[in-house]
Design a protein around this ligand. Structure first.
Ligand code: C2E
Ligand code: MG
Ligand code: MG
Length: 754
């Protein structure tokens, strides 16, 4: 089936709805999951970091505590010697150098591994020293003495500030008070050391302890590698060592031991335990599992949503297809056509080759539908679709606009000859007979063509042009095509003006009704009159009914016009009780649901005898809902009104109509009467119609009788009455009245002329 070659918007919509879903759901979910994961990671990392900080603080405290313990132990060791009775006896009371060497120096050096041991007398003079298993020499002492003396000064209560040292005993004493003992950590001989000093005496407040200035035993124990390794083993510190001022290597912790004046006594370093890393190490697998879980969940949700979006998109595109296509024949519908037309107009404006719209209207499709049923009508539409598809080119778009209307957007738009050639092909294809349900069906087609060029306006304009061209094609006799030209616009505007004038004429009672006599077969007696409407336009003069009746039907004015004619004819007809008054009824008028009531009301208002009224219907009146038409006719007949089938032979001339509908009269169209003398078949047809009418019990009237020969022929054929210029043209009420009053005066035109 030809269709627009470009991808449709519906194809793109699949992605659009997925994108929408992704934006509205997937992105927020993704963001939430990402934020959750980042929060988790940050929480783990910060608690790991915090754990590291706490661990470092703890290690520092432990280390500091270990140093204090170390110093206190040294102090206790010195105290154990200084408070012994032996020491009181051999150092305090009288100094025994041998005893001091044996029981203080060697003792502390050997058993407790102290490095230096000194004994100061009551005058703070050094009376005993041992430095590296030997007494200290003068030079050494000169270097070390200030550090040692500051401890003595503190002990004696002379200097409460132990500059450059850390006091380990926490006993608070008033300044200036002598102390029994003290232990400090300070830098000595460029090395950190514990210096413990204890006065020799019982140290428990006994008189001995208060007796004069006591000598002092002082011991120095350096904080060396062995000390550090025992602390490290005890505290499980890795790589504990003394460092100089350089910063420790990456990751190692530096610990400064600072004296009371802020000077650095020593700097230690070790590799801190890092529980944070352990935490991270322990937690990482769980985070990874959670992360993978989230990722899987997100992937699952994404996949689910993508599938759902695809399903929705497919549904959308199916709905869109349904909304854009005709369910009966599958062709694009009016909406699709409109959209594509807009696009084509845009493309042509942007430089593409011109295109053309072919507006196709099927002739007689409605009859098929009404007479043979909708299933045949539907099948016919499908057949027409197939033929159109085969006739048109692949790139052309063919759409069904509704009912029996199709439209094509074709690239065949070069010149009018080409467009007409294509239109003729389409008409030929559609007009070829169809065989559906064992029925032979022939329909016609009229086509209006409008060009789409770079100057064209909107889609609505193009369709209006095509419609005007179609209207012209139908007016010119159907089964043909017309190309829109600007003159049609003028035509249309003049029709619009005429329509306005006609409306005013109806409202202002400016129409006129003439009556044409209908005579018996001898032509001598007027048996009826036919009311024929006339309109004299104030500027354009006489407008033929063929023109203004068509305008009235097109604009809906026919209802008012028809009512006016009926009322006037009934009013006038009361003056002629001996004849029948025939009034033409348009199919639009007849199909109105209240038509019978309107007739009834007018008859009542005018008090016209219904038996003298004859309504002339054409075959088109009977198309559409056959049952409703029949019912209306029966109701009219019940009123007493008679019914005539006008212009018989020009329409479908279906025997079905004649048999089914209760017509009283059949009027042979004047086109047959005109041809009687020239064409033998016309004469034969007239014969057939007359016998058909008579056979069905109808009266037969021949229209358009102009000559004596025609009259003779028709009389011989058996018509009941005659109408035509030969017996009188349509004339005014007064003229009819005059003629009816003097029947003897009437002679046919020909007779008058001879
Ligand atoms: P129609 O109902 O078939 O009316 C007969 C037409 O044939 C009239 O044309 C009449 O003037 C014309 N005619 C009668 N005898 C002859 C003749 O010997 N030779 C020729 N050449 N023509 C003859 P008119 O008045 O122009 O009306 C044309 C059609 O307009 C009518 O055809 C009718 O269908 C329609 N019409 C006229 N008045 C009305 C009306 O009031 N209501 C409706 N609905 N239609 C009307
Ligand atoms: Mg008529
Ligand atoms: Mg007629």
């Amino acid at each position: 089936m030809p269709a627009v070659a470009r991808p449709r918007a519906s194809d793109v919509r699949q992605y659009t709805s997925w994108d929408r879903a992704r934006l509205s759901v997937v992105v927020p979910i993704g963001v939430i999951v990402a934020v959750a994961i980042v929060c988790n990671v940050v929480a783990v990392l910060s608690s790991a970091q915090r754990a590291d900080v706490v661990a470092v603080d703890h290690e520092k405290q432990l280390f500091s505590r270990a140093l204090t313990n170390y110093g206190e132990r040294v102090l206790r060791e010195v105290e154990s010697v200084a408070s012994s009775d032996g020491a009181i006896q051999n150092i305090r009371r009288s100094f025994d150098a041998d005893w001091a060497k044996q029981r203080v120096g060697t003792w502390l050096e050997t058993y407790f591994d102290h490095d230096y041991i000194f004994i100061f007398d009551r005058n703070d003079d050094l009376i005993y020293s041992i430095v590296g298993h030997r007494p200290a020499d003068m030079k050494w002492l000169a270097n070390a003495r200030p550090g040692l003396i500051s401890v003595i000064d503190y002990l004696r209560g002379r200097d409460p500030n132990l500059r450059g040292a850390i006091r380990l005993d926490k006993t608070a004493m008033a300044d200036g008070t002598a102390h029994q003992q003290t232990a400090v950590i300070r830098r000595l001989m460029d090395r950190p050391a514990v210096v413990a000093a204890v006065v020799v005496g019982p140290g428990d407040g006994t008189p001995e302890s208060l007796d004069g200035v006591p000598p002092v035993i002082m011991s120095v124990k350096f904080i060396d590698d062995s000390t550090l390794s025992s602390i490290a083993a005890q505290l499980r510190l890795t790589n504990l060592r003394k460092i100089e001022q350089d910063p420790p290597p990456n990751g190692d912790l530096a610990y400064d031991l600072t004296g009371s004046d802020g000077s650095t006594i020593a700097r230690f370093a070790w590799t801190p335990r890092q529980p944070g890393a352990e935490i991270v190490h322990n937690v990482v697998p769980f985070i990874a599992v959670a992360f993978i879980g989230f990722a899987l969940l997100a992937a699952f949700v994404l996949r689910y949503m993508r599938r759902t979006a695809a399903t929705i998109a497919a549904g959308e595109s199916r709905l869109r297809h349904l909304a854009m296509h005709d369910p009966l024949c599958g062709l694009p519908n009016r909406i699709f056509f409109g959209e594509r037309l807009e696009e084509v107009i845009e493309e042509v404006r942007n430089g593409s080759a011109p295109a053309a719209v072919f507006y196709i209207d099927l002739d007689h499709f409605k009859d098929v539908n009404d007479t043979l049923g909708h299933h045949v009508g539907d099948e016919l539409i499908r057949n027409v679709t197939l033929r159109l598809s085969h006739t048109l080119r692949g790139g052309d778009l063919v759409a069904r606009l509704g009912g029996d209307e199709f439209a094509v957007i074709s690239s065949v738009a070069g010149d009018s000859e080409q467009m007409m050639w294509l239109a003729q092909r389409v008409i030929a294809a559609i007009c070829a007979p169809y065989a559906i349900n064992a029925q032979n069906i022939i329909i016609g087609a009229s086509i209006g063509i409008a060009m789409i060029d770079d100057k064209c306006e909107t889609a609505a304009d193009i369709m209006r042009y095509a419609d005007m061209a179609l209207y012209r094609a139908k007016n010119e006799g159907r089964n043909r095509a017309c190309i829109y030209d600007a003159a049609m616009d003028a035509d249309l505007s003049s029709r619009k003006l005429l329509e306005a004038d006609l409306r005013a004429a109806i409202e202002n009672d400016q129409l006129q009704l003439l009556y044409q006599p209908v005579v018996n077969k001898s032509g001598e007696t007027v048996v009826g009159v036919e009311a024929l409407c006339r309109w004299t336009h104030p500027t354009r003069g006489e407008i033929p009914p063929s023109e203004f009746i068509a305008i009235a039907e097109h604009s809906g004015l026919i209802i008012n016009l028809g009512n006016w004619v009926l009322r006037r004819a009934c009013t006038d007809g009361k003056a002629w009780p001996e004849v029948t008054v025939a009034v033409n009824v348009s199919s639009l008028q007849f199909r109105r649901i209240d038509f019978v009531e309107v007739v009834q009301r007018i008859l009542k208002e005018t008090r016209f005898d219904p038996v003298h009224l004859e309504l002339e219907l054409t075959e088109s009146v009977l198309l559409g809902n056959v049952d409703t038409a029949e019912e209306a006719m029966l109701r009219l007949k019940a009123l007493g009104v008679r019914l005539a089938l006008d212009d018989f032979g020009t329409g479908y001339s279906s025997l079905l109509y004649l048999r089914r509908f209760p017509f009283d009269k059949l009027k042979i169209d004047r086109s047959f009467v005109r041809s009687i003398e020239k064409a033998a078949d016309a004469a034969a047809i007239v014969h057939a119609i007359v016998s058909l009418g008579r056979g069905l019990g109808m009266k037969v009237t021949a229209e358009g009788v102009e000559t004596a020969d025609q009259q003779l022929f028709l009389r011989a054929a058996g018509v009941h009455s005659l109408q035509g210029f030969r017996f009188g043209r349509p004339v005014t009420v007064a003229e009819i009245t005059a003629r009816l009053r003097s029947p003897g005066n009437f002679r046919p035109v020909e007779a008058l002329a001879s």
